[in-house]
Design a protein around this ligand. Structure first.
Ligand SMILES: *Cc1c(COP(=O)(O)O)cnc(C)c1O
Ligand SMILES: [Zn+2]
Length: 366
């Protein structure tokens, strides 16, 4: 398995503990994966995402069994006639981040990493901290000071050291990177480390199985730093390459109107992410004013013919209440996805769509 620079194409072995190329470029990942035999999976007993092992990074089986908490295999729940929620809030740490974090922690355990650093708006750090503590890897977590108290409590319960950083998500990332560069600690970043997408891509594999060997017409996906979105697009490209699908579903990427640099960039036609004015949003998990992989996200969304929608604070709160009345209690960030579906198609739509219910309601401060 190799890291490959997206700019200069330099290659590094995956045990090279770097988070960027020497040239400063971001890293992608390359390894041999086998096309998934979805027929054979019908009788496979492992319901976790490790049922797709042949198409996942080749970690040692003992490493996987030490780290896994059975993540993946989440149900589809009806929300409307042709609309389903995928209940990723049922993950071990209550958000979809477990799909990616389990990959990062397997990689660390296999190469003998003893301590790591992560910055996040809350859920990614919770997830990395949880998997790390299972296998005795110590974890320095950087979160913005506005992160919900529930998430911080959960992180501390998993024995991580929490650094609360004033101001924005971007200041938090800068503080984490300074710490990484001054200590040489492993940067277990869900944004920089491309292993994370190798886990989030299983969201789409599962949908493919749940729809009986096809995908829904529309995939609504949140986008802050784009880790679920880019994992989903990675899976779509693999499924295309394996001739399992013949076209991309419509991808609707959701941002909070208060913090929508990617939606603005997409609309402007620019290749480079624009600097836009942002305001705080209740959807703390997608509040990324300057996503590190923004240019890649924009290019991928243009390539697959997706679209962006933005949602207001009021729409987010209403969507949370609407879902709660359907029995589904999700965090406000996750309610934004349902608001995004409504913004894109309206409440009487018959579009066949799946919306990620990707964070549990008990994580929100409001
Ligand atoms: C992390 C997170 C998001 C946003 O994911 P990105 O990778 O930043 O695009 C959305 N919803 C929930 C619940 C999250 O935890
Ligand atoms: Zn490079």
């Amino acid at each position: 398995m190799k890291y490959v620079c997206v700019d200069c194409h330099a290659e590094y072995d995956w045990t090279d503990r770097r988070y960027r190329c020497r040239c400063g470029g971001l890293l992608s990942l390359r390894y041999d994966k086998k096309p998934i035999d979805f027929r054979a999976l019908e009788t496979h007993r492992d319901r976790s995402l490790w049922r797709y092992r042949g198409a996942l990074p080749p970690f040692d089986p003992q490493v996987i069994s030490a780290v896994t908490m059975g993540e993946g295999g989440t149900p589809l729940v009806g929300i409307g006639p042709k609309v389903w929620g995928k209940a990723d809030y049922l993950m071990p740490t209550l958000s979809f981040k477990d799909r990616g974090a389990v990959m990062l922690v397997c990689a660390m355990l296999q190469q003998g990493v003893r301590s790591c650093v992560i910055d996040s708006s809350g859920n990614a750090a919770t997830s990395v901290a949880a998997y790390c503590t299972r296998v005795g890897i110590s974890c320095e977590v950087f979160v913005p000071s506005y992160t919900s108290a529930k998430k911080v409590e959960q992180i501390e319960a998993h024995q991580a050291t929490v650094h609360r950083i004033e101001h924005t998500r971007e200041d938090t990332a800068r503080a984490a990177i300074e710490f990484v560069e001054s200590t040489g600690a492993f940067y277990a970043s869900h944004i920089f480390n491309p292993l994370f997408w190798e886990g989030t891509k299983t969201y789409v594999y599962e949908l493919y199985e749940q729809f009986g060997g096809r995908l829904p017409e529309v995939l609504v996906l949140p986008v802050g730093n784009g880790t679920l979105l880019m994992g989903a697009i990675l899976a779509l490209d693999e499924l295309m390459g394996w001739n399992a699908i013949t076209h991309y579903p419509l991808i609707v990427a959701v941002q909070a109107a208060n913090c929508a640099p990617l939606a603005a960039t997409f609309a402007s036609g620019s290749a480079g992410v624009l600097t836009v004015e942002t305001k705080p949003t209740l959807a703390e998990g997608i509040a990324s004013a300057a996503p590190a992989r923004g240019n890649e996200i924009i290019a991928a969304m243009r390539r697959v013919g997706g679209r962006f929608v933005t949602v207001s604070e009021r729409e987010i709160l209403e969507a949370r209440d609407t879902l709660a009345r359907r029995g589904l209690y999700v965090e406000l960030t996750s309610a934004a996805n349902h608001a995004g579906y409504l913004a894109a198609f309206g409440s009487s739509s018959m579009e066949e769509a799946v919306i990620p219910l990707c964070g549990a309601g008990l994580k929100s401060a409001h």
